[in-house]
Ligand binder design. Structure first.
Ligand SMILES: [Zn+2]
Length: 107
């Protein structure tokens, strides 16, 4: 069975738990096998890039975002702008669509 993900790349989501709770960001990457996603601005990590030893040269700081469980986010509906749950419905042509449970918009 294919793994169904409620969240897609480009979605706007809100963090429900953890240190980034309440933050919103865009979904940059989706890993369906792990049920994890990368959200812009959430689960921030910083690492220092190594310099090649020239004295006085400052190490570069690189900021990147780690993965978070998809269960930790809520989709923000682009229609009603509220964090919402996503329902599924089957369209007339047999395709599946996502539906906002708050305003019933097809997403
Ligand atoms: Zn909605």
């Amino acid at each position: 069975m294919a793994i169904h993900m409620r969240i897609k790349t480009g979605d706007l989501v809100s963090m429900r738990v953890g240190k980034d709770r309440g933050k919103t960001g865009k979904v940059l990457q989706v890993f369906p096998g792990d049920r994890r996603i990368v959200v812009e601005g959430a689960n921030e990590h910083t690492k220092h890039a190594r310099t090649r030893g020239r004295a006085g040269e400052k190490g570069q700081k690189i900021t990147f975002w780690g993965t978070v469980p998809v269960a930790n986010v809520s989709l923000i509906c682009p229609k009603c702008s509220k964090p919402t749950r996503v329902g599924a419905k089957v369209l007339e042509d047999g395709k599946k669509a996502r539906v906002c449970k708050k305003c019933s918009a097809t997403l």
